[in-house]
Design a binder for this molecule. Sequence first.
Ligand SMILES: NC(=O)c1ccc[n+]([C@@H]2O[C@H](COP(=O)([O-])OP(=O)(O)OC[C@H]3O[C@@H](n4cnc5c(N)ncnc54)[C@H](OP(=O)(O)O)[C@@H]3O)[C@@H](O)[C@H]2O)c1
Length: 289
Amino acid sequence: MSDKRPVTVIGLGPMGQAMAGAYLDAGHEVTVWNRTPSRADALVERGAVRAGTAEEALRANELVILSLTDYEAMYAVLEPAAHALRGRVVVNLSSDTPEKTRAGARWITGHGGVHLTGGVTVPPSGIGRPESSTFYSGPGGAFEAHRATLEVLTSADYRGEDPGLAALYYQIGMVMFWTSMLSYWQAIALADANGLKAADILPHATQTMADMPGFQEFYAARIDAGDHTGDVDRLAMGLASVEHVLHTNADAGVDTALPAAVVDLFRRAMDAGHAGDSFSSIVELMKKK
Ligand SMILES: NC(=O)c1ccc[n+]([C@@H]2O[C@H](COP(=O)([O-])OP(=O)(O)OC[C@H]3O[C@@H](n4cnc5c(N)ncnc54)[C@H](OP(=O)(O)O)[C@@H]3O)[C@@H](O)[C@H]2O)c1
């Protein structure tokens, strides 16, 4: 099938605007709808068709991209137009939990539509770039039928039929993204308290992050094998180190919530008897009991 099939985009926050723009740039006919109509103005100037209602937007095209804040927003937008879902393929690129995406998929399916879940791993500036990637899950046939059109946005990484899978992979990335970025804000706060600007520590900060894949690769196989041998690092050494981090931040007068939470995890692992094990043993505390 042609990869120039017409597309509806519902939800024109920064992400939806970038998506509708990417389809226009690629020569697709694009119908748009947003709760706040003015957010569609620039796209309409570029050639998008403004739907008067969400129902009109649904009826315009088989392929409907949703880019809303969360799944609650999906119900708010689509419930009044639910009778127009029959025969639509709704690609929901709004973030939410795996459980909420599964419930949302059941709701769309119950109204005669097809639901594909998506988890976009890039900011709006990454839309329209093949080096960017989005997780998808849901009915494989529908995904394959629309893969080429979806790949106008980013490359597509299909994870399987379970509608929760794309959201799960997305959330796995986000737990790392948010905590890693908070560690960076902490480093900047500590630097700032000592008269250093973010720019001053940038090479050190980027090098520290760039070293992370080596640690991930080293520990992944060991963790899967249940091997927390303390041959290259010991938790007791790690606790001393994270206490130095906590005290350095406290001495500098910056917020200590984040380093204190780290120390707490190390102490709990010590109390659980892991002093001589690797700090990877902390993952055993974190796992579902
Ligand atoms: N921005 C990013 O960097 C990024 C990266 C990856 C994934 N994502 C995900 O992509 C999705 C969209 O991102 P975004 O930055 O564009 O989000 P956003 O700024 O929250 O915009 C979302 C859209 O949702 C609409 N909306 C929210 N609540 C609504 C409701 N109750 N009824 C009707 N419409 C409602 C907003 O309409 P109004 O214009 O009327 O307010 C807006 O069009 C989110 O789930 C986000 O987590 C974003």
